[in-house]
Ligand binder design. Structure first.
Ligand SMILES: [Zn+2]
Ligand SMILES: [Zn+2]
Length: 140
């Protein structure tokens, strides 16, 4: 198991994520990521909730919105600077969608896949291997 630390922009919110293998990035091109993240895609990894821990005294605030499925999605964010460590999709009850860009060493993680490619902006090149690019999410 690999434990990786993360922190927000102001440094008040800190967390740890434990994964079976070294973390990877899954690029999400969906419209919600663009609006919430203020950029054209986000970097993510699905991690069991129990493996995600807030390690600072400061606790995250929560913003709730409806996902594609119509079910609630909770965005956890630093109450001071708004960086967010992870999202919780209530349809995916046991996991968090961790924002891998905020983890230590993120610049060296490989890109494993791209999802919501149907909403990718045209100026973006394809980054993941062709077999790992999905119009929405991978079939399961
Ligand atoms: Zn912060
Ligand atoms: Zn997204």
């Amino acid at each position: 198991m690999v434990t990786t630390a993360g922190k927000c922009h102001c440094g008040e919110l800190r967390w740890e994520v434990t994964t079976a293998e070294a973390p990877v990035h899954i690029l999400c091109h969906c419209s919600a990521c663009k609006l919430i993240g203020g950029s054209d895609y986000t970097l993510n990894l699905v991690v069991p909730k129990d493996n995600c821990k807030i390690t600072s005294e400061t606790q995250p605030s929560v913003y709730t919105y409806k996902g594609d499925s119509g079910n609630d999605v909770q965005c956890f964010y630093c109450p001071k600077c708004t960086s967010h460590p992870w999202h919780y999709q209530t349809v995916n009850a046991d996991n968090y969608v961790v924002r891998t860009a905020l983890l230590e060493g993120a610049e060296n993680f490989p890109v494993a896949a791209e999802v919501y490619n149907k909403e990718k902006w045209a100026f973006q090149p394809q980054i993941a291997a062709p077999e790992s690019v999905f119009a929405t999410v991978p079939p399961s």
